[in-house]
Write a protein that binds this ligand. Structure first.
Ligand code: AP5
Length: 190
């Protein structure tokens, strides 16, 4: 397998797509390119084919077995990608029945990342960003619950590191400090 494999995670609305997009633009100017893949898009395409979900936000409400099957087919589809690959996904998904691991053992063995990056910020800021985003059907939860999800993601990322030997990096994407987060992401990917 050639190139680097980096997995980007963060709770919904933390801004991981925004930070990654900025970082990839900076790296492109330096001649460094990544193929950017969105795990949720791969899952959603499979879910649409099976008639399981009408939008991306419905997927986390599907029965556990259906989510696991979609995860597996997404991971397999991405496994063959060569060169520098960046995968935008979730360390864990909050489902009505509890946290579902975003990168269980069978997904990690397919993807074998070099690094997992956790994009984080204060839970209050994430709550406000979710409220302002009308393009998605976000689950309503308070900032305490968002903070708990971020803590859980750090814990489960440590387990992923134990399985694969990958490094774990945390990047803060705070309000008014997007450029700082973009810079840190570009350095981590460069
Ligand atoms: P996905 O589409 O990845 O859902 P998501 O996490 O909700 O992703 P978003 O793109 O909406 O959030 P983001 O954090 O990237 O924030 P954004 O940059 O848009 O996944 C969809 C579904 O797929 C999941 O719900 C799940 O069901 C499934 N899935 C995916 N991976 C899975 C896996 N491994 N296993 C099982 N299921 C999986 O930014 C949000 C807003 O904040 C924007 O308005 C932006 O302008 C603003 N913003 C960003 N940064 C800043 C800043 N610094 N200051 C102020 N505002 C900011």
């Amino acid at each position: 397998m050639s190139g680097r494999r980096v997995i980007i995670t963060g709770v919904p609305g933390v801004g991981k797509t925004t930070v990654v997009t900025g970082a990839l633009k900076r790296l492109e100017d330096k001649g460094i390119t990544y193929k950017s893949l969105n795990f949720g898009t791969y899952m959603y395409e499979a879910a649409l084919k099976e008639g399981l979900a009408r939008d991306r936000d419905e997927m986390r409400k599907l029965p556990r077995d259906a989510q696991k099957r979609l995860q597996q087919s997404a991971a397999r589809a991405m496994a063959g990608e060569e060169g520098n690959v960046l995968i935008d996904t979730h360390a864990s998904v909050k489902t009505p029945r509890g946290f579902l691991p975003g990168l269980p053992e069978w997904v990690l063995r397919e993807l074998m990342p070099d690094t997992i990056i956790l994009v984080e910020t204060d839970a209050d800021q994430i709550l406000l960003r979710r409220l302002a985003d009308e393009t998605r059907t976000r689950d309503m939860e308070g900032s305490g619950s968002i903070a708990g999800h971020q803590e859980f993601n750090r814990a489960i990322a440590a387990a992923y590191s134990m399985i694969t030997g990958c490094t774990i990096k945390c990047i803060t994407n705070a309000d008014f400090l997007l450029e700082q987060a973009v810079e840190e992401m570009a350095n981590a990917l460069g």
